[in-house]
Write a protein that binds this ligand. Structure first.
Ligand SMILES: NC(=O)c1ccc[n+]([C@@H]2O[C@H](COP(=O)([O-])OP(=O)(O)OC[C@H]3O[C@@H](n4cnc5c(N)ncnc54)[C@H](O)[C@@H]3O)[C@@H](O)[C@H]2O)c1
Length: 475
């Protein structure tokens, strides 16, 4: 089969129909063989179908971004949704319907509940359409496998894997995605921030000199599900751990991976490299909830990690989820010629700046003019532009690298050991061996130990893995 026919196969059904109707498949094949085919918009009826897998907060946001891509880039329509929670699904559907109106065409029989819903949602798409993965990251590889089989373009949220085993699985799957020329966006949206992009270009042009120190801070009170009380009476333990996914390392990489990955990734982007090793410290100062009950999650509430790049440069990541303490949510790069603000006060807008010395009091050499656009929307516009123009766009590998680097800092803090990138990538601790086989009736991947508590890190005592499961899969 010619390359041309393969490329045509990745068009959405309406695009295929249009090309056949207007030019004839044979003419297109012979006229365009061997050239890059721009994904032009055929007619006003032409649209890219979108499926949403994981209809929670970010899923609703990502689907909304998908529907808000400017029409000269792509016309999108949400056609199917999947979740394991009926309540989350219905909330998301209602919110999207309000915003998207006729662009949300998801009747009840295309809203799938259950662990197998992802496959059914994707079966409503044609090759070349787009699927969104916004479940906790434990399921990313399972869903990615199906998308590749179906020839679908993908938007997947960060982190893309919680551990080395799934990192390698994602990298292997991604080789198949690349062969099929699939476009893959990862929700590290700061990489699409226009202000950070200009700062990066200036760093590459030497305006900061050699980058020898990066500092990142994510210091705020408890957010999302980082601390958890035990499941409700009669609640499925599996669905409880999924609902409280920031609390459980198998599901999300814990609060460390879920929260800190953005700052770690944007620092590595500015350094234009990934660290080779890390050492870290962390502790859990408070376990008692305001109700007097003890929290049972696996997270520490404070972390400090020193990452080392191969040229000896350092990245320090400071993270804390504790009320009443100094708050900061920012990343900075120090070079031999000055200091750069990568981000300050959250993800967006990024007030990127370069100072002529190492202090914020030094004269400003450059500042991003004005207020930048929303990087969550920009990442979608960039993905859909790449699909339209059939240009290379695959962020999976860098998403895996960012996830492994983040897991490296987490592992170092949880074990109290210095650890290398390769050790984390090749570690044998499979945090969720049966992700592909889970059903609504399955046991939870993490069990309580004989003391009735979920296993937690014990730095300096448990040195070769982040926690010890005495019963269950990892015993
Ligand atoms: N890029 C960002 O700034 C950003 C912001 C928020 C969240 N996120 C990421 O998005 C993901 C989801 O986070 P969220 O805040 O939306 O959480 P959420 O709990 O609101 O949404 C997750 C949804 O996935 C569903 N789900 C879980 N497992 C499933 C499965 N196997 N099949 C189908 N549905 C399943 C849950 O029921 C839930 O509705 C996480 O990976 C998170 O890190 C990214």
């Amino acid at each position: 089969m010619s390359e041309m026919i393969k490329t045509n196969d990745s068009f959405s059904s309406n695009r295929r129909t249009f090309i056949k109707k207007t030019t004839g498949a044979v003419t297109v094949t012979s006229a365009l063989a061997g050239v890059t085919i721009p994904r032009v918009h055929a007619s006003m009826d032409d649209f890219t179908k979108v499926a949403l897998v994981g209809a929670g907060g970010r899923g609703t946001g990502a689907a909304s971004n998908a529907l808000s891509v400017p029409e000269d880039i792509a016309r999108t329509k949400l056609v199917s949704m999947a979740d394991v929670s009926t309540a989350k699904m219905e909330n998301s559907f209602r919110a999207l319907k309000r915003r998207g109106k006729d662009r949300v065409d998801v009747p009840e029989d295309r809203r799938y509940i259950g662990f197998d819903g992802y496959a059914k949602a994707m079966d409503n798409l044609d090759a070349g359409d787009v699927v969104i993965f916004t479940t906790p990251c434990a399921f990313r590889w399972v869903h990615y496998k199906k998308a590749i089989e179906r020839g679908l373009n993908v938007f997947m949220e960060k982190p893309v894997c919680p551990d080395g085993i799934t990192a390698k699985r994602m990298l292997a799957l991604n080789e198949e995605a690349k062969k099929k020329n699939l476009k893959v966006g990862v929700g590290l949206m700061c990489r699409h921030s226009r202000a950070r992009g200009e700062l990066f270009n200036r760093i590459k042009d030497g305006e900061l000199g050699d980058i020898n120190l990066l500092r990142a801070y994510r210091l705020h009170g408890p957010v999302a599900s980082c601390f958890s009380l035990p499941p409700k009476e009669n609640e499925s333990e599996l669905l409880y751990q999924i609902r409280r996914f920031h609390s459980f390392i198998w599901a999300s990489g814990g609060s460390f991976s879920d929260y800190f990955i953005h700052n770690i990734d944007e620092c590595c982007w500015m350094k234009d490299d990934w660290p080779v090793k890390a050492q870290g410290a962390g502790g859990r100062h408070y376990r008692e909830a305001p109700s007097g009950q003890d929290y049972v999650d696996q997270n520490l509430d404070s972390y400090t990690v020193e990452y080392t790049f191969k040229d000896g440069a350092k990245l320090y990541m400071h993270g804390r989820t504790m009320n009443g303490c100094h708050g900061e949510f920012a990343s900075y790069a120090h070079g031999s010629k000055g200091l750069g603000i990568i981000s300050q006060a959250g993800h967006a807008p990024a007030p990127c700046k370069i100072f002529k010395g190492q202090s914020f009091k030094d004269p400003v050499a450059w500042a991003y003019p004005g207020r930048e656009s929303n990087p969550y929307q920009d990442e979608w516009n960039d993905l859909m532009t790449a699909i339209r123009d059939n240009k290379p766009f695959n962020e999976c590998e860098s998403g895996v690298q960012a996830s492994v680097v983040t897991a490296m800092g987490r592992f170092a803090s949880h074990t109290g050991q210095e650890v290398t990138y390769d050790q984390v990538l090749n570690h044998d601790h499979d945090l969720c061996p049966d992700a592909e086989k889970l059903t609504m009736e399955s046991d939870a991947p993490l069990k309580t130990n004989p003391d009735g508590k979920y296993p937690v890190p014990a730095p300096g005592i448990i040195k070769d893995r982040e926690y010890l499961q005495i019963t269950g899969n990892n015993a």
